[in-house]
Design a protein around this ligand. Structure first.
Ligand SMILES: NC(=O)c1ccc[n+]([C@@H]2O[C@H](COP(=O)([O-])OP(=O)(O)OC[C@H]3O[C@@H](n4cnc5c(N)ncnc54)[C@H](OP(=O)(O)O)[C@@H]3O)[C@@H](O)[C@H]2O)c1
Length: 332
């Protein structure tokens, strides 16, 4: 099969499009012909490498997959269109789970074929095209999980960072569909216009305005009920500062770094909470499909590249030059 493999950690140049042996299917697994695989920021973490985390080289990235079954099993037929739930068992007792194509041994979906545990297979929901079906299993699922963990209710105000990102754009769409008032942050006018199109009520350009004072101005100095923070070190101090009394910050990412200095006194004196979110469960993914169909929500796709152009797709994401999901097409 053709696949994009990495033999070492590094920049986009370590992504190599090659002919490699087809996967040998292990017990309890099934072979999927990958049609689309979305690019997620996780792919960049794994490509770059993180101290203390290992992969077995040559490795294949990619965890957000739609495709067809190469063989039938149970109620699934050969050739059936499916998506892959990305979580697998963790080899670390204090991490909820591992992720296909992430750190660890499981090869991912930047390939024409992938073997995955049968229990991770879900029928492709009819509501989504093949491309859309490869866009929802990571960013959309994590945003859904974060909104559920936040215990937000209709009418609440939420701050969502990074409107153009996979997590940010999905959180805006889902939060609006849940009846929340959405404040979001963008870094230029085009991204701000995109955020407005998604339905955000108030967009702050972080390069021309101070986010903290703008959020407080918009909320009459009360602050927000919930913050969705996937940006990490640079945004945690503001995220905690703009929470109202008993507000909740849900954190899932460290794009700008994993260590922040925050105002602890301000945090506890308003009895705020910080909650971590990691992907979401398979049943949450199924519930998300139903919710998106009910609310007629389609994932927003920025662009689709051929698998062989994975390097260009990574460069685009690293420049944050996208509005929505970036996809790789692995087969026709
Ligand atoms: N825990 C989980 O299960 C889980 C699941 C999915 C994603 N994640 C994590 O969540 C993060 C986002 O993932 P993604 O795939 O959506 O990434 P992405 O599409 O690459 O988005 C990155 C975002 O970060 C924003 N950003 C960068 N620097 C910033 C700064 N200084 N201040 C404010 N915003 C800044 C960018 O906004 P601008 O373009 O405006 O700069 C962009 O919107 C990643 O760290 C990823 O690993 C975690």
């Amino acid at each position: 099969m053709k696949a994009v493999i990495i033999r070492k950690h590094g920049g986009p140049n370590v992504l190599s499009y090659e002919q490699v042996p087809d996967p040998v299917v292990q017990k309890g697994h099934v072979l999927v012909r990958v049609r689309y695989c979305a690019v997620n920021h996780l792919d960049i973490w794994v490509r770059n490498g993180i101290p203390g985390k290992t992969v077995s080289f040559p490795h294949i990235l990619g965890c957000d997959i739609s495709g067809t079954l190469e063989e039938g099993f149970g109620n699934f037929k050969k050739g059936e269109k499916v998506i892959v739930y990305p979580a697998i068992e963790s080899n670390n007792s204090r991490v909820s789970f591992g992720i296909i194509g992430g750190f660890g041994k499981y090869k991912g979906g930047y390939a024409e074929l992938i073997q995955v545990p049968k229990k991770n297979i879900i029928k492709k929901p009819d509501w989504f095209s093949d491309q859309e079906a490869a866009s929802i299993n990571v960013s959309y699922l994590t945003s859904w999980n974060m909104l559920e963990k936040s215990k937000c209710k209709k009418g609440d105000t939420i701050l969502i960072w990074g409107a153009n990102s996979g997590v940010g754009s999905s959180a805006i769409l889902l939060a609006k569909a849940k009846g929340l008032k959405v404040i979001t942050v963008a870094s230029d006018n085009n991204k701000a216009a995109f955020a407005k199109k998604l339905g955000a009520d108030f967009v702050i350009n972080r390069n021309t305005k101070d986010v903290e004072s703008e959020v407080l101005r918009f909320t009459n100095q009360m602050g927000v009920d919930v913050v969705i923070d996937h940006v990490g070190a640079k945004t945690w101090p503001v995220s905690l500062e703009v929470l109202k009394v008993k507000g909740r910050m849900i954190a899932c990412g460290t794009t700008t770094g994993g260590e922040a200095t925050v105002n602890i006194r301000s945090f506890y004196s308003k009895e705020a909470q910080i909650i971590g979110a990691y992907l979401g469960s398979k049943s949450q993914l199924v519930a998300l499909h139903k919710f998106m169909k009910l609310k007629k929500i389609k994932p927003v796709i920025d662009s689709t590249f051929d698998l062989k152009d994975a390097k260009i797709a990574h460069q685009k994401m690293e420049k944050s030059n996208q509005s929505g999901k970036i996809l790789l097409q692995a087969s026709n």
